[in-house]
Design a protein around this ligand. Sequence first.
Ligand code: SAH
Length: 211
Amino acid sequence: MTESGTIRLLMELRGQGVSDMSVLKALEATPREAFVPDELAAQAWDNTALPIGCGQTISQPIVVGLMTQKLEIDKRMRVLEIGTGSGYQAAILAGLSRRVYTIERHEELLRKAQVCFDKQRLHNITTMLGDGSKGWPRQAPFDRIMVTAAAPSMPEGLIEQLAPGGIMIVPVGEGTWDQKLYRVQRLDEGYESEAFLDVRFVPLVSDGTHG
Ligand code: SAH
C-alpha cells in the first residue's frame, strides 16, 4: 500500500477523535491489507468496513481506533477479544498489550487470522474456536475485554471476567440500527457504563441462535 494512503487515513482518524499516539502508531504499523481478501487490498486503507467472508466484516478503521483508545491499554495487560474475524483488531491489541486472547466461532475465519498472526510474528495472541459470548473462564480475569459483535443486551457474564477496575468496550443493541458502543468499568461492587458512539456491528451469535 502506498505511503500516502496510510498517511491520509491516519490524518482522517486524528480529525475524527483518535488522539492517542500509541493507538495511531499501532494503526500505522499494522498492515490492514494483509487482513482483507486480496481483491480488496486496494481499499484496505479506506476508512470503510469491508467484507471478509462468512457474512462478516472487518470493522471501519475509525471504529477500531476509537474502541482501542477507549480501552486504555498498556503493555502489562491481558486482553480478551470476542469476534476475531479477520484478526486485524487482535493484531492492533497485540502491539499494545502483553497478551491477547481472541475467540471466533467461524473456523474458516479463525484459520485465516491465525495465518496472518504467524506471518507477522505476532506470538502473543492465543486463539480459540467457539462461542465467545461466554467469555474464556479458564483465562479470566482479564484487564480488558473488547467485544467486536453486537450483544442483544449488556453481557453481564463477561463483566464478571473483568478484574476489578477492568474496562470492557462492547456494542449493545438488538437491531442493526439501534446499537451503541458502551464503555463498562468493573467496580469493587457492580459496574458503571456509558454509551459513547452509535455503531453498526454484526450480531454476537450465542449457541442456540443463528447468524
Ligand atoms: N474484530 C474483527 C471484526 C469482527 S466482525 C476484525 O478485526 O476483523 C465480528 C466477528 O464476531 C465475526 O467474525 C463473527 O463470526 C464473530 N462472532 C459473532 N458471534 C460470536 C460468538 N458468539 N463467539 C465468537 N465469535 C463471534
